[in-house]
Design a protein around this ligand. Structure first.
Ligand code: GCU
Length: 603
């Protein structure tokens, strides 16, 4: 009898888990370009309850509570009432923000935290209202006024719920169960070389749009054309035959397109000044429908490869890059403001960069938009990192979903030229299949950008390295992570390493580098000194000068960042020290070696 109960329990549990996974996949595309909408921010202090046993969600039989969960935000109605939680007398956490750097006791915390925000809101007549989350790490289950709205997994992409008709004039309460527990089948999986910052890490907004509104759009140059602008506009609740207008005042463009089945397609001739690092020209584009109007700043550029070279707007370009984690300068923890984005980007510019690799997950929309304004090309990727479960179909669906959400959010950003589908994944048939499918998904969604992945599978042969990973077949650009002088080989030997590429495709040295504690000085063969890192950069640059198919690089990394794999307390103190700048903004000697290479050699 007891055994029967066990089986029943396991079946119910698996059904619950599958329901959540299924639910995520069916979510609609989020509204495009949140910034230009009528939004009410919910940022600021939220009440929170730390719930390691998920007591607010599961009952003592470990079955999800239908009622009496913390999502009801209940208050005792009489002195005898038993309510064993109270948001309003518990802790407070800042949103946006990770919880780990806000409270000493949450520094290592991984698990569930309940967030609650109370607010008044006057829903507008004939409007649809969405609650829009820019990102929550990792799993979010969202409730409004005690009613479940839905859930989302993936810590770095936006999601929304329609709350029209669910809002009251006064005392609404939005409750979010946030769980950043690491799971083997998740994306990323259980081990990453970055801190698993948990929380509502990016902003939350109430978005009010007309019933019939501009939900999504794509506007860019046709592949390999610098004079044909093409795209589409999706209207929610459109009227058949409705006409939408696309206006680009500076180009004196003003055209109309008819909506069929909710979408208006268009294509027209134009001579835009092309966006490039030297002149990051953006055009004001106004899109209007009967009831709605959206404005975006869009750049037009073409990007392609020919053999092992990149061509931006038909001109060969070398990508002078740097890798960046979404670690905030000075205060550390997740980046939460435009100012912090601009500090990181200015440092990259100071280094002489025209390119950045945003590792290992989609960074904020603000980071991408600010990079675009500053004329910095972008590699954006999803956290298919190290050894995920390549033969698990839910893991694949999760990865593909994060990919789709990333591309949907940033498809109108000229600055993004590369979609990264994986980092340092071990070769296997399941892995090749998994990544091949992701690369095909990118191509189905976006024919104008390039697909890449960062590999560490280069084979060794006499005096050199060979790029022969089968994945090279499915990507347009091959990223290589190679730590000569740090994880492999001696510094002195790096300059002499020869490289071969089995593919007639560009290679980006997507990671190279070594650690140094800022301010620690000594002999150049003494690890952790600035002199060691400096010498390592000199010899690696020497090696890279001789790689004729190398079309760019993004050394690891702009700034020291927190990682729970870095325990050498006298040096690392939980930080990966491969930054060229310390987390307190102080450049190390190697910063100037790379700067010199970018400003005086590859310009
Ligand atoms: C890897 C990995 C990075 C990591 C780096 C390091 O290549 O991609 O995420 O931080 O190496 O070891 O410093």
């Amino acid at each position: 009898m007891k055994q029967a109960y066990h089986y029943l329990f396991i079946v119910i549990f698996l059904m619950q888990f599958n329901a959540v996974a299924q639910e995520v996949v069916e979510k609609t595309t989020v509204i495009q370009n949140i910034e230009s909408r009528d939004i009410t921010s919910l940022k600021g202090l939220w009440q929170a309850i730390v719930d390691p046993l998920e007591n607010g969600y599961y009952n003592h039989r470990y079955l999800p509570k239908e009622k009496d969960g913390y999502f009801e935000n209940k208050k005792p109605q009489s002195p005898s009432d038993l309510i064993e939680y109270d948001f309003d007398s518990d802790i407070e956490l800042m949103v946006p923000g990770d919880w780990n750097t806000q409270m000493e006791k949450l520094y290592y915390y991984e698990g569930t935290v309940w967030y609650k925000k109370s607010f008044d809101y006057s829903p507008k007549e004939n409007q649809i209202t969405y609650v829009y989350f820019e990102a929550v790490n990792y799993e979010a289950i969202v409730y409004l006024n005690g009613e479940k709205l839905g859930s989302h997994i993936g810590g770095y992409t936006p999601f929304q719920f329609d709350v029209t008709g669910k809002l009251k004039e006064k005392d609404n309460f939005l409750v979010v169960k946030v769980d950043n527990k690491r799971r083997r089948e998740a994306i990323p999986t259980v081990n990453t070389d970055w801190w698993n910052y948990g929380g509502i890490t990016r902003s939350v907004h109430l978005v009010s749009v007309p019933k019939s509104h501009i939900k999504d759009y794509s506007i860019q140059l046709e592949k390999n054309s610098s004079t044909q602008i093409t795209g589409w506009i999706d209207l929610e609740n459109s009227r058949e035959g409705e006409v939408v207008k696309i206006e680009i005042p500076v180009l004196n463009k003003n055209l109309e397109a008819e909506v069929k089945n909710g979408r208006a397609n268009f294509s027209f001739k134009a001579k835009p000044k092309l966006w490039s690092p030297k002149s990051p020209t953006l055009y004001t584009v106004n899109i209007s429908s009967n009831d709605d109007q959206v404005t975006d700043q869009i750049g037009f550029r073409t990007i392609e490869t020919r053999g092992s070279k990149f061509f931006l707007n038909g001109e060969n370009i070398f990508l002078k890059g740097i890798s960046i984690h979404e670690e905030a300068p000075f205060k550390t923890g997740r980046v939460t403001s435009k100012e912090e984005c601009i500090i990181l980007l200015k440092w990259a510019k100071e280094l002489g960069c025209n390119f950045i690799r945003l590792a290992h997950y989609p960074h904020s929309e603000t980071m991408v938009k600010e990079a675009e304004k500053m004329g910095i090309l972008v590699w954006s990727e999803i956290p298919v990192y190290w050894t995920v479960l390549f033969d698990n179909k839910d893991t694949y669906q999760n990865a593909e979903n994060q990919l789709v959400e990333m591309i949907n959010r940033d498809k109108n950003r000229a600055a993004i030229i590369l979609w990264g589908i994986a980092n340092e994944t071990p070769e296997s048939d399941a892995r090749n299949e998994f990544l091949k499918n992701l690369s095909l998904k990118v191509r189905a969604l976006d024919q104008t950008r390039l697909v890449t992945a960062a590999l560490d599978t280069q084979s060794s042969e006499e005096g050199g390295k060979v790029i022969d990973d089968p994945l090279g077949e499915y990507v347009d650009v091959i990223g290589i992570n190679h730590y000569c002088g740090w994880y492999v080989d001696d510094i002195e030997s790096c300059a002499g390493v020869q490289w071969k590429n089995n593919y007639d495709k560009p290679m980006i040295m997507s990671e190279m580098g070594g650690g140094a504690l800022q301010g620690l000085h000594g002999d150049k063969n003494e690890r952790w000194t600035e002199e060691y890192q400096e010498a390592l950069y000199e010899s690696n640059i020497e090696m890279m000068r001789n790689i004729e198919f190398m079309a760019g690089l993004s050394p690891w990394i702009l700034m020291d960042f927190r990682s729970s794999r870095r325990h050498l307390q006298r040096i690392q103190k939980d930080f990966n020290r491969k930054g060229l700048i310390s987390e307190q903004g102080v450049p190390k000697k190697a910063f100037y070696i790379l700067q010199d290479y970018y400003l005086n050699e590859n310009n």
